[in-house]
Ligand binder design. Structure first.
Ligand code: CDP
Length: 233
């Protein structure tokens, strides 16, 4: 099985690392969070904020959300070795990073039926890729691909993660904004770690990599070296 699992908390550098590793190896890259984000976007746009009478639209139900994902559809499309999220045939790379999606994604990702659907899409993508896939998320090594030959769990200090996330958005980083971002990341980590289904945690056989003091190039080089050992030839 040619799968590399890269898990870790919000803004630990999973996606940038997974994407760069995939490019270096000539493998595909699948960001599972992008699929949860795309379903969240589709839900907000088509059902509303789920607050019933107090908000817009109807209340959220797993059946409604899954029917949307199937019918619109929400899917991953392989473009030059990157699985890109689409909703109803439109690429949503940018829209899924918006604040309103980020605020609600952990709620959608806590729904067991949604997780089953997303996991099936990931396994299909991996099965259909001709070479191999680097998949990043929260439960890739524990639930989605428990037999992946290489599992990495990335961590980084909360302030460093907040700094990276703001830098990624090109925003200036006042101490206030940094604190707010660190709080938002911590809240999402708490939600992702404490949910009953597929909580964020390292697989027993995952290699832990603390990237607080590493550059992106350094962390990519380490994972590529491990991959070359684990997948010779
Ligand atoms: O990139 P960032 O760390 O902001 O998050 P992401 O990877 O885009 O994932 C967004 C959200 O999707 C997470 O906060 C989780 O709630 C959920 N997720 C999950 O539950 N399982 C995964 N395998 C990937 C993401």
């Amino acid at each position: 099985m040619r799968v590399i699992a890269v898990d870790g908390p919000a803004a630990s550098g999973k996606s940038s690392t997974a994407q760069a590793v995939a490019r270096r190896l000539g493998w595909g890259h699948l960001d599972s969070g992008a699929l949860y984000r795309a379903i969240t976007l589709a839900t907000l746009d088509n059902i509303g904020d789920g607050a019933g009478g107090r908000g817009t639209g109807e209340e959220w139900s797993p059946q409604r959300i899954l029917a949307l994902a199937e019918d619109l559809p929400v899917r991953l499309v392989l473009v030059q070795d990157v699985f890109r999220p689409e909703v109803a045939g439109v690429g949503v790379d940018e829209a899924i990073r918006s604040e309103r999606v980020t605020r609600r994604v952990s709620e959608v990702a806590a729904i067991p039926e949604v997780r089953r659907w997303v996991n099936a899409r990931q396994r299909e993508a991996a099965r259909d890729h001709p070479v191999g896939v680097v998949v990043d998320g929260r439960d890739i090594g524990t639930v989605v691909f428990p037999d992946a030959p290489l599992k990495i769990f990335l961590t980084a200090g909360p302030e460093e993660r907040a700094r990276r996330r703001l830098a990624q958005r090109g925003e200036r980083t006042s101490p206030d904004e940094l604190r707010r971002e660190a709080d938002a990341l911590a809240a999402r980590d708490r939600a992702d770690s404490s949910r009953p289904v597929a909580p964020l945690k390292p697989a027993a056989d995952a290699l832990l990599l603390d990237t607080t003091a590493l550059s992106l190039d350094e962390q990519v080089a380490r994972v590529v070296a491990l991959a070359r050992e684990r997948f010779p030839g």
